[in-house]
Design a binder for this molecule. Structure first.
Ligand SMILES: Nc1ncnc2c1ncn2[C@@H]1O[C@H](COP(=O)(O)OP(=O)(O)OP(=O)(O)O)[C@@H](O)[C@H]1O
Ligand SMILES: O=C(O)c1ccc[n+]([C@@H]2O[C@H](COP(=O)([O-])O)[C@@H](O)[C@H]2O)c1
Length: 219
């Protein structure tokens, strides 16, 4: 069975947490493809500081150090909120019913998944791979999301055999980094190089992304 993984994100900016996690999922599930899919208009959060074209450019730069990962640009062209259900439906239509699809998200995303657009359809289209974030507790067993995990949770072996319909809590090496921390460091004039690939760090510094004063850009 062919298997395709997708890590969706705002990637404002893309960092080593995203990349190492995507890489671990690719290895642990023996994926044929592992895609990074930047959101154009991320639902349920404030507008990103950097526009989608430039965030995608940062992903391209990051992938020069991670050639086993690829960029999925499907959300960039859509002039409406980047609902994951739309992207997975399009990917399912392209790939056919028997390909294994694996949508990857951190525990913070899982905890709020019942707020997502048409969230119960997601599991009809793909499997979900959840990465722990130690600062975020798993959903409480009696909650709506807790019951969702109970109903669809499965082992890695079961997940490998399913085109869709399973949730797997992956035990991954965690990098304690977030894009929020990176933006805050850069806005305060500190370096964030340790959390970025060299090419991304060079671009961010050269273009003065995330500095406190917007008019410092392009100066
Ligand atoms: N260090 C990390 N460990 C595990 N998952 C992560 C990590 N950073 C991001 N993710 C997951 O990657 C996906 C995309 O994340 P996103 O682009 O929002 O990055 P972020 O670092 O969480 O950003 P922000 O701090 O701006 O919310 C989400 O599902 C998120 O949970
Ligand atoms: O489809 C939705 O309603 C939805 C709501 C919130 C987040 N998402 C997706 O979840 C991924 C991570 O989102 P974020 O905001 O944590 O970067 C990204 O691909 C978003 O498009 C999707």
């Amino acid at each position: 069975m062919k298997r395709i993984g997708v890590l969706g994100g705002t990637f404002d900016p893309i960092h080593l947490g995203h990349l190492t996690h995507a890489e671990q999922v690719r290895e642990q599930l023996a994926l044929d493809e592992m895609r990074l899919m930047p959101a154009h208009i991320p639902p349920h959060r404030a507008s990103p500081q950097v526009d989608a074209v430039e965030r995608a450019q940062l992903v391209r730069l990051a992938l020069t150090d991670y050639p086993q990962l690829t960029l999925d640009e499907r959300e960039l062209g859509r002039q409406k909120p980047s609902y994951t259900v739309d992207s997975l439906a399009a990917l399912r239509a392209e790939s056919g019913p028997t390909v294994g699809l694996y949508f990857v998200m951190g525990m913070d995303s899982l905890c709020a998944i019942n707020q997502w657009h048409q969230w119960q359809q997601l599991i009809e289209l793909a499997n979900l791979v959840i990465l722990a974030r130690p600062e975020v507790a798993p959903p409480a067993p009696g909650s709506e999301v807790g019951r969702f995990v109970q109903d669809f949770g499965c082992t890695r072996a079961a997940l490998l055999a399913r085109p869709h319909g399973g949730i797997w809590m992956m035990d991954a090496l965690h990098l304690p980094v977030s894009a929020t921390d990176i933006r805050a460091a850069l806005a305060a004039g500190r370096s964030a190089r340790q959390w970025l690939t060299p090419a991304v760090a060079d671009y961010v510094e050269a273009h003065k992304l995330y500095v406190a004063l917007a008019d410092e850009r392009h100066s």
